[in-house]
Design a protein around this ligand. Structure first.
Ligand code: FAD
Length: 323
């Protein structure tokens, strides 16, 4: 029996969430005494695949067929389930990323496995019964889910656990899957990148701004702050509704839920629907001119002041600190 960790890549580069999943898989393996194998699908260089050794995982199965060059949910789910069966993996671990959210239930159904999606903790293991925590009700509560099936699929919330490093040599094994034509019924014609900047769901730091910025012409300072910090940019719903920023940046109950290590909110009131998507951030910094703004109640650090004065000073201070 073993553990299979699916490691996602973007254009050949393994994602940060892949390293988190590997560390998590290694930690689960330490608990169960099982070997951990990574699975990569797509065109990823040997040098890149060798990085799995930095997270204590000694073997990677590489699937690099022309049919699977682009992510296709059904096909990738079938391949992951097929590989899991071929190595007798009782547990499959992946990130609860955009693609992971689509993959995890499919893999669980194919394997007849119990599913914990959005996991935020290591399992508490009692024989074949595992208990795992996950955030529920827009991060307002933590539920403990009990996985009773022998087989398990765990989709780990990005940024919920640190990737821990340890170095071991890596063996890479190629695998040719049987991809059914029906699994390739979705054809990706083209991928258009919305931005070259840091991806919002994966970002360690997010700089987000709201209606307090008055208009789209004032976003230059938000982008500059994000650049200095190596952060992704986000916004409140009214901002994207007004077309000041793209909808892809909208965070909250009806937008993306993010879990960065640092969330900086500028000119955002902190309405409950906004907080629903950001309150699981590790550290929250709020910049708002209204000391009564509800966002301050959930902030770790608050700056009461005019964003147009505070943000430029913050940028200058960070630049000076970096030099
Ligand atoms: P405002 O509420 O107008 O707040 C602007 C803030 O900027 C104020 O606190 C003000 O003090 C401050 N400010 C003004 N000028 C300055 C300045 N110069 N310097 C510093 N601060 C300044 N909202 C979301 O964000 N995400 C969602 O997913 C979402 N989903 C929703 C779903 C439903 C069903 C509903 C009903 C609403 C939803 N909303 C959502 C909207 C939400 O209720 C709020 O209306 C919205 O979050 C407010 O956006 P805001 O904070 O940018 O604007």
């Amino acid at each position: 029996m073993s553990i299979l960790v699916y490691i996602e890549n973007v254009e050949g580069a393994l994602k940060k969430s892949a390293f988190e999943s590997l560390s998590y898989g290694k930690a689960v393996g330490d608990l169960t005494g099982e070997k951990v194998t990574a699975l990569s699908i797509g065109n990823v260089s040997q040098e890149e695949l060798n990085k799995v050794g930095q997270y204590g995982v000694e073997k990677v199965i590489e699937v690099n067929s022309s049919d699977l060059g682009q992510f296709v949910n059904q096909a990738y789910a079938s391949v992951i389930a097929e590989v899991a069966k071929s190595i007798d993996a009782q547990t499959v671990i992946l990130s609860n990323s955009f693609s992971g959210k689509g993959l995890a239930p499919r893999i669980a159904a194919k394997l007849g496995a119990a599913l914990a999606d959005g996991a935020i903790s290591l399992p508490t293991i009692s024989g074949s019964i595992w208990q795992i925590q996950k955030s529920v009700f827009s991060n307002k509560a933590i539920a403990t889910e009990e996985l009773q099936e022998q087989k398990k699929v765990i989709a780990l919330t990005p940024n919920s656990l640190e990737a821990t490093e340890s170095a071991v040599p890596v063996a890479i094994e190629k695998y040719e899957p049987q991809v059914a034509a029906a699994d390739l019924s979705t054809v990706i014609k083209d991928i258009v990148r919305a931005t070259d900047k840091v991806s919002l769901p994966e970002a360690d730091i997010v700089v987000s701004a709201g209606r307090g910025l008055k208009g789209p012409e004032n976003w230059a300072m938000v982008e500059e702050l994000a650049d200095v910090l190596g952060a992704a940019t986000a916004c409140s719903k009214p901002v994207s509704d007004a077309g000041w920023r793209p909808h892809a940046e909208h965070v909250g109950q009806t937008g993306l839920a993010v879990t960065p290590n640092l969330y900086i909110a500028i000119g955002i009131s902190g309405a409950i629907q906004h907080l629903a998507g950001v309150s699981a951030s590790k550290t929250i910094v709020v910049i708002n001119k209204d000391p009564e703004a509800p966002f301050f109640k959930v902030a770790d650090y608050g700056i009461v002041g005019d964003a147009f004065e505070v943000v430029p000073q913050l940028i200058e201070a960070l630049k000076a600190y970096k030099n």
